[in-house]
Ligand binder design. Structure first.
Ligand SMILES: Cc1ncc(COP(=O)(O)O)c(C=O)c1O
Length: 455
């Protein structure tokens, strides 16, 4: 709870909360407004969450209408909204993936997917299969199990004795690719690390492999070639290992298709989703399972799981409205159009000496920021240089709130390569808004680069 003393709001009673010096008053479309009347572009919809923009009429109407009948009922009662949402998800999910299990966020979705994987194998008589392989530098959530999957020592270090010791492999990276190999050849070689790891641990002990289609850690926004996922699929099939795509960020339109994996010729066995499915208006997440996985449970195996708020009627109502809006307002096409506009700034951004790379897909752009080096080598900022803090000051001063800038003043860079900064605006951003936002980003980058002298 914040305390208000006169006009001053303090945050003393909010546990471990260190907000930016921006006191928000309202939000509309792609804009945030503070109590001083300043306007900021919500340049990444928070952490890629607000995909539909703020105050979207369809979404607010759907919530209000649902609220006027009921907001919440016991999960065991026939809550029609849950079925409506699962029907709509089935219509847009990859072929052969129809049933969804609903939860309230991304970490819960990933945790649910790995429990489904475990029960799937147990039900088929393979009780030894329990390990979940994931990627180094990945991020899959903040619960103990999802942190165990996440290969980020920065977030797990205090909890190491509590982490599940599951194997990790290198993810696809263009940066490690030998020049002599094509992306396809390299993709196959990288994927084979999964095969080696399954063999090393024995396929009898491995339940699933989980990965994000959009890369992670310092490889955020590196988009692997089709050959990579085809090889991953082959290895999983041959070893009876389920492939879980963590589409918490990429699901529901962010890449210009319903799911990131829709860009590829193979499908996963499960998709974990959250964020974009409700544009984070109401907490919502879930797991879409393949018909093959579902069949095991349909034969009478009860999934031993459940969260009080999974299938919350308000969340389901807004989820239905998001899917309808994406379809009826042509938002996948809009994302692809704005993607072309966003990435047309690539050369202009790369002209900044501190911008080492610009990559991504859809409305998901990663700027990789480094310290320029006269020899042209990549160099990294030391924490005491406070590069991120100064970057965030420059962006906010120019009316832009970006994901990294929203981490707050206590964050220190942990990435081995550059600082990843994300531009991921809402799908409804207009052409002129994009022009203004990118001009502001460009200006802020100039100011930040000027010797990093901004206080
Ligand atoms: C890929 C991925 N998986 C899972 C999560 C966890 O989602 P949540 O914060 O809703 O628990 C996130 C959050 O950013 C994410 O990026």
């Amino acid at each position: 709870m914040s305390t208000t003393t006169g006009n001053e709001t303090t945050w003393d009673n909010v546990f471990s909360y260190h907000p930016m010096p921006v006191d928000l008053a309202s939000a509309d479309g792609v804009f945030l407004f503070d109590t001083q009347g300043e306007r900021y572009f919500d340049a990444s919809g928070g952490p890629f969450a607000v995909s539909m923009g703020h105050g979207h009429p369809r979404l607010t109407k759907a919530i209000a209408e649902q609220l006027s009948s009921y907001a919440y009922v016991h999960p065991m009662l026939g809550n029609r909204r849950r079925a409506d949402l699962c029907d709509r998800i089935a219509e847009v999910a990859p072929k052969g993936m129809r049933a969804s299990y609903l939860v309230s966020g991304g970490s819960e979705a990933v945790e649910t997917a790995i429990k489904i994987a475990r029960q799937y194998h147990v039900a088929r008589g393979n009780g030894g299969k329990h390990k979940i392989i994931s990627n180094y530098e990945s991020y899959h959530g903040m619960t103990l199990a999802t942190m165990s999957l996440s290969g980020n020592p920065g977030t797990t270090r205090h909890y190491d004795p509590m982490m599940l010791q599951w194997p990790k492999i290198e993810q696809y990276s263009d940066y490690r690719k030998p020049e002599s190999l094509s992306r396809d050849e390299w993709g196959v070689l990288v994927a084979r690390e999964l095969e080696k790891t399954i063999l090393y641990h024995s396929a009898d002990s491995v339940a699933a492999y989980i990965a994000t289609p959009h890369g992670c850690g310092s490889d955020y926004g590196v988009v692997p070639p089709d050959a990579y996922w085809r090889e991953i699929r082959r290895i999983c099939d041959e070893n009876d290992v389920l492939f879980i795509a963590d589409e918490v960020v990429t699901g529901f339109g962010r890449t210009g298709k319903w799911f990131g994996m829709d860009h590829y010729s193979v499908d996963p066995d499960m998709i974990a989703f959250a964020k974009g499915v409700s544009s984070s208006y109401v907490p919502l997440g879930g797991v879409i399972v393949s018909d093959v996985v579902n069949e095991v449970f349909n034969k009478g195996v009860a999934f031993v799981h459940g969260f009080t708020n999974g299938g919350n009627a308000l969340a389901c109502a807004v989820g239905c409205a998001v899917i309808e809006a994406i379809r009826e307002d042509g938002l996948l096409e809009a994302v692809r159009e704005r993607e072309a506009q966003l990435f047309s700034y690539r050369d202009r951004l790369l002209a900044h000496p501190n911008v080492a790379d610009v990559r991504g897909w859809g409305l998901f752009m990663v700027l990789e920021l480094v310290k320029p080096d006269p020899d042209g080598k990549r160099n990294f900022f030391a924490p005491q240089e406070q590069a991120e803090l100064k970057f965030q000051a420059a962006m906010l001063r120019n009316g832009v709130a970006m994901y990294s800038t929203l981490y707050g003043p206590n964050r220190r860079p942990v990435m081995q390569r550059g600082l990843p900064m994300w531009i991921a605006p809402a799908f409804i951003i207009s052409e002129t808004e994009m022009i203004e936002m990118m001009d502001r980003v460009d200006r802020a980058l100039h100011q930040w680069e000027q010797g990093m002298t901004i206080p």
